[in-house]
Design a protein around this ligand. Structure first.
Ligand code: AMP
Length: 222
């Protein structure tokens, strides 16, 4: 299955993509995670991308699209993938069309996860992540058992640099002006399913799995 997850920052795309990746045994390709990996390894690409990410801006296509093209050409993507955070502009969607055409593959579905902006700000400003194992927490809705420490590995939790309120607002502006129009672009090209993000993760996950016709129970088998 070749899937794209669309939606504003904070709607839970990353979490749903991780679950789908496990249930369907397909790679989860997150451009945000790829950039964070480069940043934590101090690569040139990471240092360049950081300047934009910290301001809530999009990383320029010259950096982003080549990174995605290289990833999609890898062998493990032949049987499918779930793209999370790419494309983020119509320009990137056109570029993706070209890569997929060259690889002679087609998209199966676009899943668009929706959520009110006010709820997004609340979710993102309270989000904390484990820098070691990438587990995600929320200071009110999903606190760790021991304050500030990851339940899985005990590492101190951190707030992502771009989860500060002023940066979140900028990211939402960028989303509405540059990323939301992608839905119109895909309208006549591929099946789009809109799913409202629910406060309870399981509810959103069930909605996503239902839309794909995937048995929710497969998750327990993973
Ligand atoms: P995310 O983890 O998907 O919220 O991405 C974090 C940040 O990485 C975004 O706010 C952008 O600055 C950058 N980023 C991720 N994906 C892209 C993309 N497809 N194009 C440009 N910038 C991106």
């Amino acid at each position: 299955m070749r899937l794209i997850l669309l939606g504003a920052p904070g709607v839970g795309k990353g979490t749903q993509a991780t679950l789908l990746s496990k249930a369907l045994s397909i790679p989860h390709i997150s451009t945000g995670d790829m950039f964070r990996y480069h940043i934590s390894n101090n690569t040139d690409l990471g240092m360049e991308a950081k300047q934009y990410i910290d301001k809530g801006m999009l990383v320029p296509d010259e950096i982003t699209v080549g990174m995605v093209a290289d990833r999609l050409k890898q062998q493990d993507c032949r049987n499918g993938f779930v793209l999370d955070g790419f494309p983020r502009t119509i320009q990137q969607a056109k570029f993706l069309d070209k890569i997929l055409k060259d690889l002679n593959i087609q998209l199966d579905m676009v899943i668009n996860i929706t959520l009110d902006d006010r709820e997004i700000i609340k979710r993102l400003s309270g989000r904390r992540i484990c820098p070691q194992c990438s587990a995600v927490y929320h200071i009110e809705d999903k606190p760790p058992k021991n304050e500030g420490l990851c339940d899985n590995c005990g590492t101190g939790l951190v707030q992502r640099g771009d989860d500060k309120e002023e940066t979140i607002i900028k990211r939402l502006q960028v989303y509405h002006s540059q990323s939301e129009p992608i839905l119109e672009y895909y309208k006549d090209k591929v099946k789009i399913v809109n799913i409202e993000s629910h406060k309870l993760l399981e509810v959103t996950t069930k909605r996503v799995f239902e839309a794909l016709g995937v048995d929710y129970k497969t998750l327990n088998a993973c």
